[in-house]
Write a protein that binds this ligand. Structure first.
Ligand SMILES: Nc1ncnc2c1ncn2[C@@H]1O[C@H](COP(=O)(O)OP(=O)(O)O)[C@@H](O)[C@H]1O
Ligand SMILES: [Mg+2]
Length: 223
């Protein structure tokens, strides 16, 4: 904390969630630009990953055979990476007054492992509590799109998240349908923190809706 006239105010933590190809990376870029224009220092980051140790764990999760892990192993690897991400990247940035925008966070583990792999949302929520306590985003934007439209978009991505990082995209359509329902259920259970946006609109339309949410939920006007 800097000295001087009282404690520096903490930054805000925003997460973008949704299935493959929903437009998370696109919207994070647009939001980050809007914050920059407003003179707000911001850090963009992603999961799995976002810290040196977490990026090593990432490659175990996003590459290789679809069935290489037991579902619970996968859930624990995501949370192990998340501890590194929160401690090494997110908390220090928030404490310094920066805003943090993360491409995925705990809700993805609830949706992918809890609903997609049927481990159940309550066990994933219990894991979050054990590992991170009450730490949660200030705002979570869930981008909702029909499964096939999202996967089609993801297939056309020019900048792949990374070469060979398509393990989750290769999981079946049933898996992707369960995780879409999972995200919608997460939003219903956490209405103060989460908002669902229709991701089928143009990038500009979705961006404008995100700016509205930042104003309504976080009290920060951005243009
Ligand atoms: N609202 C949109 N309408 C049409 N195409 C989009 C939209 N948002 C993103 N795209 C395109 O779809 C692909 C996937 O978007 P991306 O932001 O990478 O999704 P995600 O990060 O959620 O997987 C990219 O090629 C991107 O340019
Ligand atoms: Mg992306």
């Amino acid at each position: 904390m800097s000295g001087g006239a009282g404690p520096q105010s903490a930054g805000k933590f925003i997460t973008l969630e949704g299935g493959e190809g929903a437009g998370k990376s696109t919207q994070i870029r647009l939001l980050s630009n809007a914050l920059e224009r407003a003179g707000q220092e911001a850090v963009t980051t992603r999961e799995p990953g976002g810290a040196p140790g977490a990026e090593i764990i990432r490659s175990l999760l996003v590459e290789g055979a679809v069935d290489r892990w037991q579902p619970m192993t996968e859930a624990l690897l995501h949370f192990a990476a998340r501890v590194e991400h929160v401690q090494a990247t997110i908390m220090p940035a928030l404490a310094a007054g920066r805003w943090v925008i993360s491409d995925r966070f705990s809700d993805s583990t609830v949706a992918y492992q809890g609903y997609g792999h049927d481990l159940g949302q309550s066990d994933m929520a219990a894991l979050h509590k054990l590992v991170l306590g009450e730490f949660q985003p200030d705002l979570t934007v869930i981008l909702d799109i029909p499964v096939e439209d999202g996967l089609a978009r993801a297939g056309h991505r020019e900048t792949a998240e990374g070469e060979g990082e398509d393990r989750y995209e290769r999981m079946g359509n049933d898996f992707h349908s369960r995780l879409r329902d999972g995200f919608l259920d997460i939003a219903r259970r956490n209405p103060e923190r989460c908002a669902v946006l229709d991701a089928a609109g143009t990038p500009e339309k979705v961006h404008a809706e995100i700016l509205d949410l930042v104003e309504i939920r976080l009290g920060r006007v951005l243009t």
